[in-house]
Design a protein around this ligand. Sequence first.
Ligand code: FAD
Length: 500
Amino acid sequence: MANRKEKTFRFIIVGGGIAGVTCVEQLSSQIPSADVALITASPHIKTVTNYRQVSKTLEEFDVEEQPSSVLEEKFPNLTVIHSAVKSLHTRSHSLETTDGRVFGYEKLCICGGGRPKLLTQENPYVLGIRDTDSAQELQKRLSKAKRIVVVGNGGIALELVYEVEGCEVIWAVKDKAIGNTFFDAGAAQFLIPSLETNKPEKDTPCKRPRYTTEEPAPGGSHTFTADRNARRQGSSSTEAGSALGPDWHEGIVLQGSEQGTRRVSLEYQCEVEKIFTSEELLNSPPQTLGHENGSWPVYIKLTNGKTFGCDFVVSATGVVPNTEPFLHGNNFALADDGGLQVDDHMMTSEPDVYAAGDVCTACWEHSPMWQQMRLWTQARQMGWYAGRCMAAQVLSEPIELDFCFELFSHITKFFNYKVVLLGKFNGQGLGSDHELLVRCTKGLEYVKVVLSGGRMVGAVLIGETDLEETFENLILNEMDLTPYGEELLNPNIDIEDYFD
Ligand code: FAD
């Protein structure tokens, strides 16, 4: 293998997603004379645009797909190789691509991302969403659909059920509340009316200093209908086919075959038991059909005993790290979630091999306020930091874990509300050792603070609360907030002034 090397690069980065491209940019700016290769399976690369630092740790940006020539023009020492890595040989510091070429490296960074955890493989009626192609396929299939079943409870499912129009959506979640990855049941209750109506009710703030929530009965279901026309009025139409980014659904029209109203039916606390075609249904014992029986191309049986016919199923049950092409013959330490374990310098267990983004699992001792979530922001931060670490090692410079890993922070939009998540926003890992303060104004804002030992350790801010910077500071300063008690969320106190 070593003898077949076409060329040896000082640095090779695998993957043209946010992590890989940011790593390339960082390395190429720090060591402009270094020979860098980006090997990527996709024809386009993803770049960060309109980057904005919102506060110390919160950041916002757009993601654009661009031709790789844009990157090569910017960095003359960069070579982009459009092929997939077939195998990696860490002992000989080389890798082979599917078009049969072999490249050597001095330092390698694997940024191969993740792949959808599909409910079932190779079923033409089950769709996963990962990239622009799969999002366009969804759009095409949706345009002819009357009913779809969405399975999953993460960010993609949340966005999808809100965006789909002109098609009945049955949404199967395994938890007691929607959006379990991002919120608690209280925030879910706040968001649910958005599925029914898009006209926010402007109530006076009601202070709810202690957290309570009503949970649906196990296996229970809810139905919501809404007319989306009100929300769409005045909003500019979006162009079809734009890049899959944090607002990936904005670039595509998620319109079913019917006009007008949206209808979302929720099935809680259930998973998929079986997916079968209409022929298989005919040949199987009688099923309990959840909705009016008709002729559908595919049927899905849930563990709550209900069976639904639909045009297709969207499997939005998360991603698994895409490690497969890199493992054979090597000795990578893998985390429980299947990611390549990386230390606080983004190094894997194999010499001279780094990893960043969805493909890796951060295995250093985390700051008490940080956790890994496979998101754009963390892909960018990890790619940037991996590039810095690789350069620092070559230049024999010391480097410390970047500040961005001090506090988990994420800013996004769900159901058209601005959502900010800080620190241990769901009390992750705190057991019963925490207290919650909640303020909620129906249709306007939902503010939840997680306190532990009198100190703020996390927060969920939904709506235009304007509290993110103050709360970020309170978390980072570890200030004892016991004297303030429930006043902390008193809507009549300008908290920003209070702590200035
Ligand atoms: P990827 O972007 O997956 O890039 C991986 C790259 O590696 C690709 O270029 C691929 O072609 C290449 N590759 C893979 N295997 C090989 C190989 N063998 N050889 C060569 N190249 C290879 N996050 C948010 O924060 N906000 C959101 O709103 C949001 N929405 C999302 C919506 C959807 C539909 C999806 C699927 C994800 C969303 N995410 C969101 C998550 C976010 O997309 C990921 O966390 C992020 O893209 C990870 O970046 P990455 O660079 O690690 O991997």
